[in-house]
Ligand binder design. Structure first.
Ligand code: NOJ
Length: 765
């Protein structure tokens, strides 16, 4: 029987009412986007859809071992979705033109890059940035990075890297924000805001990519790309929060990590990429693999390229970075019924959505304004910001006898392999930078001192003694400046300079490429030859300041015991030398605080402040007791704890007060403390608040950061600093992975580092 027309009309009306109800959240913008993409997907061939999932590398900048070929041809055929690490607006414009003028459907390409700590104006490495504990500054640095990158054609950055890392042997600790989930989450948010601004389609904001999802920082033995394995409860409480925070801040893309989780590589892990990321956390952007992430699953032992590509797509991967797995094998997988058309369409749609949100469909050349490139990159203003930011990231680790700031010095001996070394100022992942334009410490001191002070420079020693190791740490165009002279000769020259001077500044530590990707170290002390140099300099009896360049916490127990002043400057970016001079000469008072614990030796690793108490904790003040949790040969204490950092001034903490002795679910407690700048310099201090949940259904850390404020106090000034605690600050994931608080006793600690001792308590009712 034929259905009467009037019934068909009623049914159609009903269906459209239902649809509009379902989409009542959809905005006009979403509708336009959906219409455009529906229309496009309707026209696309299977090859063109798979093309959108393809992210080859340009040959411009090397960040891995694959070189993609025939890119222009592939773009014409619609077989490329985007390109990464191609540098210069002219080139990007030309490539976009191929897509827009010579491909059938004229779908714009997306251009990504590892803009990690600045574009051409480089800021300190992320680990350094995190030691500023200054969210405004971090957001501003990401904003400037976005501005410069977008002026040069880039619309997508593979940043922020938010992996919690507690093993400084892992070279990539340099790329993240250290060991703490609370601090890491704040930084993740600030960076996403900085990159994406409040409107992604503006021509000076870029799409953020949160990486590496997830747990990459827990690589076993600190060896890069290694296995991770951890309980869900640790994952939820200690490792996942920064990724979640970045997504809550609106990050539009996620990069899957190399490591496995529960035995399944992240790139094929459906629990991670779909159940958690999309279903639980509501992420609606796209997921890109890491470099050859799909192909590597062959070596992980999950099957051949077609099989692992199928696994990746089904797990929730949308874009394939250089494996040629999704574009190369999914047609066959579809023919064999291993995947569905809908799964391909969904991934393709997510890439197209990102392009739409970036405004590329409206104007594919939105990020290709050649005039912007001329006027907005590496400007004096941006460099000035980089200089100011850099000085905020330095951590003063020791300053006996007020060796610093340098005063009334007529002659400075500037010694060390990092003293006159522009190439090694920016640190890892400074792919768009021009290293010859960065400011070395020698440049910086000369700029600051002019002819007033005599600077005697000597290299003193090489970065490392072994030429083979030197070659390994000079792969990416940041040579260490290997000097062929003998160690004896070089040290003799340095000692002669030291003897003629009032003070010795030794620029020592790691070179840029001793940290970063594939730069794990099993021994994280200062190279032996540099230690010999320090010994020789100390023997001159001249005051010695060690300026420490590093991309990770180092084991510098001997240096701590013997060198009177140590300023840790990480890798401070383009303006490193000027910023270091600002601090050495007292123009800026250092205020950085460690975001990662410095161990006494590698045997203590992993070491982090928010550890558990165990059933056999060591009593305070002891360093060994039989049958307690400790070592025979070394105390449990780190060399420098999380949150630690000195100032040229001193800060006293008094009168820790809580507004109440109990807290209810709806209530709040005000925590106040008086902080006095009791020294001789104006300066900034990071006031830190930690809590301890004394009794729980699961064990809780001995301390957890729950608040901090960076304040500036004039010398002699006292200020009452107030924090507010609510029940929300006490939430954690319990053994059923429910986010709960539990009534009972809590302690509060406030002070200058995680070792702070002012203590109070309250009860959660
Ligand atoms: C591999 C790294 O793990 C990742 O962080 C980076 O974004 C890609 N290579 C692209 O260079």
């Amino acid at each position: 029987m034929k259905t009467p027309t009037y019934l068909l009309i009623i049914l159609a009306l009903w269906a459209s009412i239902l649809m509009s109800c379902n989409q009542k959240q959809t905005t006009d913008g979403d509708k336009q986007m959906n219409d455009l993409i529906d229309d496009l997907i309707g026209k696309m061939t299977l090859e063109e859809k798979l093309g959108q999932l393809n992210l080859p590398a340009s040959g411009d900048i090397t960040t891995g071992s694959v070189s993609s070929s025939n890119i222009a041809e592939k773009i014409k055929e619609g077989k490329v979705g985007g390109l990464f690490n191609i540098k210069s607006v002219e080139k990007i414009r030309a490539v976009q033109q191929i897509a827009m003028e010579q491909s059938r459907l004229k779908i714009p390409l997306i251009f990504g890059m590892d803009v990690i700590h600045g574009y051409q104006t480089l800021f300190p490495i992320p680990l350094g940035m995190s030691c500023s504990w200054d969210m405004e500054l971090i957001e501003k640095s990401a904003r400037l990075a976005a501005q410069e990158a977008s002026a040069d054609g880039i619309c997508w950055t593979f940043s922020p890297m938010v992996d919690i890392a507690r093993d400084p042997r892992w070279g990539r600790v340099s790329e993240g924000s250290g060991e703490d989930a609370y601090l890491g989450s704040q930084i993740a948010r600030a960076m996403v805001k900085g990159y994406q601004g409040d409107d992604l389609s503006k021509n000076n904001t870029i799409l953020a990519c949160v990486k590496h999802f997830a747990l990459y920082g827990a690589a076993e033995a600190g060896r890069d790309y290694n296995t991770t394995d951890m309980s869900r409860i640790r994952m939820y409480n200690e490792y996942l929060p920064p990724y979640k925070a970045a997504l809550e801040a609106g990050a539009g893309s996620v990069m899957a990590s190399f490591n496995e989780i529960d035995g399944i590589p992240a790139t094929a892990n459906k629990w991670l990429l779909t159940d958690l990321l999309r279903q639980k956390w509501g992420f609606n952007g796209f997921v890109v693999t890491d470099y050859t992430g799909i192909l590597e699953m062959v070596d992980h032992g999950l099957g051949n390229l077609k099989e692992v590509s199928t696994l990746a797509l089904k797990a929730g991967v949308d874009m394939d970075m250089v494996s040629d797995g999704l574009p190369g094998t999914l047609k066959q997988a579809l023919d064999e019924g291993k995947i569905t058309q809908q799964e391909i369409d969904q991934a393709c749609r997510r890439i197209l959505e990102a392009k739409y949100k970036l405004g590329l469909f409206e104007d594919p050349y939105r990020y290709c304004d050649v005039n912007r490139a001329k006027n907005e990159i590496f400007t004096p203003e941006n460099r000035q910001v980089a200089r100011e930011v850099a000085a905020q990231t330095f951590v003063l680790l020791k300053n006996d006898n007020q060796t610093l700031p340098l005063q009334h010095t007529k002659t400075i001996a500037l010694i060390g392999p990092l003293a006159d070394n522009r190439e090694n100022m920016p640190g890892t992942w400074s792919v768009a930078g021009d290293f010859s334009k960065s400011v070395s410490l020698l440049d910086g001191l000369k700029n600051a001192l002019g002819n007033e002070t005599n600077i005697l420079y000597a290299m003193g020693t090489n970065v490392v003694r072994n030429p083979e190791l030197d070659a390994r740490i000079s792969i990416f165009g940041k040579p260490t400046k290997w000097d062929k002279r003998s160690q004896k000769e070089m040290i003799a020259e340095a000692v002669a300079a030291a003897k003629k001077s009032d003070v010795v500044v030794a620029a020592v530590g790691e070179s840029s490429e001793m940290s970063g990707e594939a730069s794990s170290r099993s021994d994280i002390s200062l190279p032996e030859n540099q230690k010999e140099l320090l010994e020789a300099l100390l023997a001159t009896g001249k005051p010695l300041v060690m300026v420490l360049f590093t991309g990770r916490p180092l084991t510098i127990s001997w240096e701590k015991a013997n060198v009177p002043a140590i300023l840790n400057v990480w890798f401070a970016g383009t303006e490193a030398g000027n910023a270091i001079a600002d601090v050495l000469l007292g123009k800026v008072n250092p205020s950085g605080k460690l975001s990662a614990t410095f161990p006494q030796n590698v045997g203590q690793i992993p070491i982090f402040y928010n550890h558990k108490n165990t059933g056999r904790p060591l009593a305070e003040g002891k360093w060994f007791t039989k049958f307690r949790s400790n070592y025979l040969d070394i105390p449990n204490e780190p060399l420098f704890p999380f949150g630690f950092g000195l100032s040229y001034s001193t800060f006293d903490y008094k009168n820790l007060k809580l507004s109440d002795s109990s807290l209810t679910a709806e209530g709040q407690i005000k925590v106040s403390v008086d902080v006095t700048n009791s020294g001789n310099y104006d300066g900034a201090e990071v006031v830190q608040l930690y809590i301890r949940d004394m009794v729980g259904s699961v064990t809780r850390p001995v301390k957890e950061l729950k608040g901090f404020q960076k304040i500036f106090l004039k010398k002699g000034e006292t200020r009452t600093i107030e924090f507010t605690l609510t029940e929300k600050d006490l939430l954690f994931y319990n053994s059923e992975l429910k986010f709960v608080s539990e009534p009972g006793d809590f302690k509060v600690f406030v002070g200058t580092s995680s070792a702070s001792t002012l203590e109070a308590g309250f009860v959660l009712k």
